[in-house]
Design a protein around this ligand. Structure first.
Ligand code: 1HE
Length: 264
């Protein structure tokens, strides 16, 4: 798989076979998300499906995943309410591209995963933390409010009460506790990057149609009635579960050549 050369200033994109590795590359500013970086994320996540990317690792340079909204840019731009609404629409565009892309995105988290950084992480399909990772929503302390989809995604991950508590009190969740409340699904000793790459390579082996269904259908059902969601599920399953790749895998199961699902 070959991607064209992109002239990004705030992110770096590399490939490893059929997976792409997107690194936030603004560590001197603790990977704070400025408007330009959001545009770059929109561009790259829009491009991935065209180049056959099978899975994505989203990681950061430096010690912190992301310190959230670029507070200095926000201050200096003297934005009006409608200016900031437009900013939020671009954040939503970027993060929806990630969540609804149909391509699995694995986030490798470390250090500060704060505010908009947590909003970005929560758009990924799998979050891996290491022992340095911590999560916070200091919006209240800064006199701000979340604008990148946290009201939907973070509240879904941990529940409304915990999210409101984080925003009101500035409560910090360190890695262990974060794992137990669902802010991340994996906690590794060190180097969440290596674990994310390993998982990305494994999920890249899943048929693309299955990945497309897993990494978009479940998100789409959030806005549907149970009746409509089950109808859509049957529709998607009708297409996915009759694909030739499924047939091959089921034949392997029948021939006893496929791996068995065992706990030990
Ligand atoms: C930044 C930002 C930023 C660092 N915007 N420039 N987010 C926050 O409230 C978190 C703000 N940041 C911090 O609390 C700390 O910077 C960290 C805990 C992440 C890291 O601390 P430290 O001691 O390693 O770094 P530092 O000295 O605070 O910052 C290093 C540089 O990064 C410094 O720039 P410099 O030019 O003076 O060297 C900082 O200004 C810069 N920097 N964080 C801009 N966030 C859509 S709405 C979303 C709303 C939110 O995201 S609210 C959460 C905001």
């Amino acid at each position: 798989m070959k991607l064209p050369t992109f002239n990004f200033k705030n992110i770096v994109v590399e490939t490893d076979k059929n997976i792409a590795i997107v690194s936030l590359n603004r560590s001197t500013k603790r990977n704070a998300l400025n408007a330009e970086m959001i545009e770059e994320l929109i561009s790259i996540f829009s491009a991935f499906p065209r180049y056959g990317v099978k899975a994505v690792v989203l990681r950061s340079e430096g010690e912190h995943f992301s310190a959230g909204l670029d507070l200095i840019e926000h201050l200096q731009q003297e934005r009006s309410a409608s200016d900031f609404m437009q900013v939020c629409l671009r954040w939503h565009e970027a993060f929806n591209k990630i969540e609804y892309s149909g391509i699995p995105v694995i986030a490798a988290l470390k250090g500060a995963t704060i505010g908009g950084g947590l909003e970005l992480a929560s758009a990924a399909h799998i979050r891996i933390a290491d022992q340095t990772t911590y999560f916070a929503l200091p919006e209240g302390q800064r006199g701000l409010f979340t604008g990148g989809g946290a009201t939907i995604r973070v509240s879904e991950l941990i529940g409304r009460a915990r999210m409101i508590d984080m925003m009101l009190t500035g409560r910090i969740y360190k890695a262990n506790e974060a794992l137990s409340i669902g802010l991340c699904q994996y906690l590794v000793e060190n180097n969440s990057d290596a674990s994310a790459i390993e998982i990305a390579k494994a999920v890249a082996e899943i048929p693309p149609l299955s990945n497309f269904a897993i990494c978009s259908t479940i998100s789409h059902t959030r806005n549907m009635s149970a009746l409509d969601a089950s109808y859509m599920e049957s529709f998607v399953a009708g297409v996915v579960n009759t694909q030739p790749e499924a047939n091959e895998r089921l034949k392997a199961f029948a021939n006893k050549t496929a791996v068995r699902v065992k706990a030990d």
